[in-house]
Write a protein that binds this ligand. Sequence first.
Ligand code: HOZ
Length: 427
Amino acid sequence: MTGSEKLFQEAVTLIPGGVNSPVRAFGSVNMTPRFIASAEGAYLTDVDGNRYLDYIGSWGPMILGHANPLVLEKVEEACRKGLSFGAATEAEVDMARLICSMVPSVEMVRMVNSGTEAVMSAVRAARGYTGRDKIVKFEGCYHGHSDSMLVKAGSGVMTAGVPDSSGVPAGCTKDTLLAGYNDIASVEKLFDACGSEIAAVIIEPVGANMGVVLPEKGFLENLRRLCTENGTVLIFDEVITGFRLARAGAQEYFGIQADLTTYGKIIGGGMPVGAYGGKREIMEVVAPVGSVYQAGTLSGNPVAMAAGLAQLTYLNEYPGVYEQLQKMGELLYGGMRDMCEDLGLSCRVSFAGSLGCLFFTSEEVTDYRSAKASDTEAFCRYFRHMLEHGIYIAPSQFEAMFLCASHTEENIRYTLDTMHKYFEKQF
Ligand code: HOZ
């Protein structure tokens, strides 16, 4: 028995499913999760000493690679000064100033501890600001695990076979209206029916929790228009795309500004951090200025701020990182797309910059339904082959691949070669 197997055997007796977040249980690929002991650059090492080329990057935040020395140095320095004060610090002001300077639509920002918390709070702020209750979300978009968002959510919910979580009272989701990703007619229908009651439309500008699904031309622009016309707050959930697709995230990448934006782990450089921010007049409804309550002892934690500041400062000062990530994305995902064509595979590749995904379906993937049509058994076999050859991709068809600044052309050649060998044998 391997060290990972032994740990998992005990873990399932102590932690539900043996894990602290469902996707990492490897349930949808019928395997035992690897227990990770350490990470550096683009590599993970498990407790058995196996080394993996990592395409998850802690689900996005490790954009500069694992254990980045610049980030570590700042974290070590902050740790020596104290781990938590539950009081205002200079680092929080530095962080807010930096985020506001990098993202034009963010005039004020509030730090929280996760993407889930950021979304929950942004939705509350939008409701408080508009005095309306209803929100529109899109099938297959994942906005964390707060009650009102667990309706046809992506990520682990998609493989759990339960589109709506139990334990969520119907009253909590009665104001959550569902629309189809890339289906502007479905949004128009909702606005026609009750536009004056819709507080917010929330969307992942690139769907990155049902695999990777790109917005079709005009889709985000039309959402922007509908929200403006109806006095509805447009929330971009940039937990995955923020500071990844570009300095100002998807908003810069697609040239569209949101009213509120939610961020997650990437702004903590790997530490547990989230944030929500946007237009001053909306953010000023948040307590203690306004009447929308939201709080947290660990919000703006000094160690987390130090890590996040180090990472964001680097991204701000060296925008060449984004060109490099874009180039590597084209090399990897473009190479995958060519391979699919050359070998005549029933697969689709979709990508935006450093985010990408291989769908096991011949149909073009534009929404939840077409993503769901993927052959998850075929994904499972492919996943196993990749892991056995030292390549660690997300253990689910419905998650993204993430590139980081430490991935080299050689890494990508090895990855493409490993895929090619597998598919050659299969088809
Ligand atoms: N919600 C994450 C995937 N979209 C998984 C988080 C984790 O397991 O760490």
